[in-house]
Design a protein around this ligand. Structure first.
Ligand code: 57M
Length: 359
């Protein structure tokens, strides 16, 4: 929005032409969200603490987590406004993909907010029922999938990394795939958010990767050269990814071990769903399994643990799922688990960028 206003005067001040460039606005978007997080972070934490928005710790968790009791949560109430304000400032207000992502930010953020609020109101760790939470997620993801599917020129072919000549057209089958990606990413990030900075670090890295993917997908010449799907207008999603990465870095300042605040479901459900939505818009759906490989791994550890537990009548594969707790119970200090998982996330992101060249 702001960029449109600034750019309006470019005929008088030619240097304002720079605001036309997505790369320039993406960096501005990242810095704006970062500054918002820095400027309002300490205030937001004080407000959450004063309003008694504090984490209740389950008794069945790792022993060292009891000391976390009372940590302010719902820090997503700082992250999401930073993302939205920065996007409104620097992204093109006429871009359908930008508003689609903003809809996901607010709707999944709303589900998480209600879930977190109910936990606070009931003073325990049970919030929205799993049925309600899942049903609302599927409903919203379905709306997004149908809107994207019917958007003029949207491509229902599945883009496979490494195989430039294989792109199966899923037709209407693309809609359930989009729902699976958005809901799956949302819940995988939610499960991962169980140690200080463990979710927001890899999220920031993942959005940094999709910032690149979105720019390349929206650039007709580069997309053609790389033989990746050209998605007209997706370049503006770089600006949104920049806002998320900036807000994520700013939040990490306060969520780093020992955390002063947790993001809450309002943050984790929203940011995970946004990551899935961005993966769909940029036609890098399958690569999400690599970029977000850490989140996939965490979710799979829970799926295998619960399945094995039920199949064997109580035996476990891991000492505790998600897998970050397994390493905690093995005796790894929390910061060591967190930083090693960050290293894995960075390696996966670098490998995902390489897929653009190996085709
Ligand atoms: C999301 N939430 C954290 C915080 C954060 C089916 C089962 C696997 C479900 C799963 C579950 O309950 N997941 C909920 C994970 C929680 O974090 C809050 O939730 C928000 C994210 N949604 O923003 O507000 C706890 O995580 C810790 N934390 C930090 N630092 C952070 O920056 O230390 C979070 C953020 C916080 C805090 O302790 O309270 C969570 O873990 O619940 N259940 C589990 O993950 C449980 N695993 C489990 O039951 N495993 C079983 C079976 C069912 C798979 C097994 O292995 O046998 C673990 N979590 C808890 N207790 N709380 C272990 C038991």
């Amino acid at each position: 929005m702001l960029y449109k206003l600034i750019y309006f005067f470019h005929t008088e001040l030619s240097w304002l032409n720079v605001f036309r460039y997505i790369t320039f606005r993406t960096i501005l978007s990242m810095l704006t969200a970062l500054m918002i997080s820095f400027l309002f972070g300490a205030w937001a934490i004080r407000k959450l603490r004063d309003m008694q928005v504090r984490q209740y710790i389950r008794d069945d968790g790792p022993p060292n987590h009891k000391s976390k009791e009372g940590t302010p949560t719902m820090g997503g109430c700082l992250i999401l406004p930073a993302v939205i304000i920065s996007t409104i400032f620097w992204a093109d207000p006429g871009n359908i993909y930008v508003w689609t992502v903003m809809f996901v930010v607010l709707s999944f953020g709303g589900i998480g907010f209600v879930d977190d609020y109910l936990k606070m109101a009931r003073k325990d760790s049970s919030g929205l029922s799993a049925t309600w939470k899942f049903s609302l997620q599927v409903l919203i993801a379905l709306i997004v999938a149908v809107v994207l599917y019917n958007y003029p020129g949207f491509d229902s072919r599945l883009n496979l990394p490494f195989f430039k000549r294989i792109a199966p057209d899923l037709g209407l089958g693309y809609i359930p795939l989009v729902v699976f990606i958005i809901v799956g990413a949302s819940n995988a990030v939610n499960l991962t958010d169980g140690l200080d900075g463990l979710a927001i670090g890899p999220l920031t890295v993942a959005f940094g990767s999709y910032l690149v993917f979105a720019y390349l997908a929206g650039h007709v010449k580069i997309a053609s050269y790389l033989q990746i799907p050209y998605v007209a207008g997706s370049g503006e999603i770089s600006v949104v990814c920049g806002a998320v990465a900036g807000a994520g870095l700013g939040f990490l300042w306060f969520n780093a071990y020992p955390a002063e605040v947790f993001m809450g479901d309002v943050g984790s459900l929203s940011l995970g769903a946004v990551l899935g939505t961005v993966a769909v818009i940029t036609k890098q759906e399958v690569v999400l399994a690599l970029v977000g490989g850490l989140f996939v791994f965490e979710a799979l550890s829970v799926i295998f643990q619960v399945a094995y537990f039920k199949l064997t009548g109580g035996q476990r594969i891991f000492r505790m799922a998600p897998i970050h707790h397994h390493f905690e119970l093995k005796g790894w200090p929390e910061p060591k688990v967190i930083v090693r998982f960050w290293i894995i996330a960075i390696i996966l992101a670098l490998l995902s960028i390489i897929t653009l060249k190996i085709r």
